[in-house]
Design a protein around this ligand. Structure first.
Ligand SMILES: [Zn+2]
Ligand SMILES: [Zn+2]
Length: 100
């Protein structure tokens, strides 16, 4: 969000916030909770689904390779809880190679 505002100095801050809110409402972007902060990313409908790993020290986020076993397992767990799963987010936290 701060990056977006910094990248668009000619656009009013309020306009940026309103546009993001609209995109969220429309399901174009989604908030990804990273600890106490969040990142905005394109919704699954607009990109291939993936899980993330985030470095707790430098904050870089990397998409993990897709894994059908994990996908199926998560869906099954949701169904066992009586839900019809639609979407999920999965984030692993750790230290990236550079920060270890
Ligand atoms: Zn790192
Ligand atoms: Zn997944």
């Amino acid at each position: 969000m701060q990056e977006l505002i910094a990248a668009l100095p000619q656009i009013d801050k309020t306009t940026v916030y309103r546009t993001i809110e609209l995109f969220e409402t429309l399901g174009i972007v989604q908030r990804l909770q990273i600890g106490w902060k969040y990142k905005l990313e394109l919704s699954n409908a607009y990109q291939d689904h993936h899980h993330h790993i985030t470095c707790v020290r430098c904050g870089q986020t990397v998409a993990l390779p897709e894994n059908d076993v994990i996908e199926e397992h998560l869906l099954n767990l949701a169904r066992q809880a009586g839900f019809t799963p639609q979407d999920h987010q999965l984030e692993v936290r750790g230290l990236c190679p550079a920060c270890q």
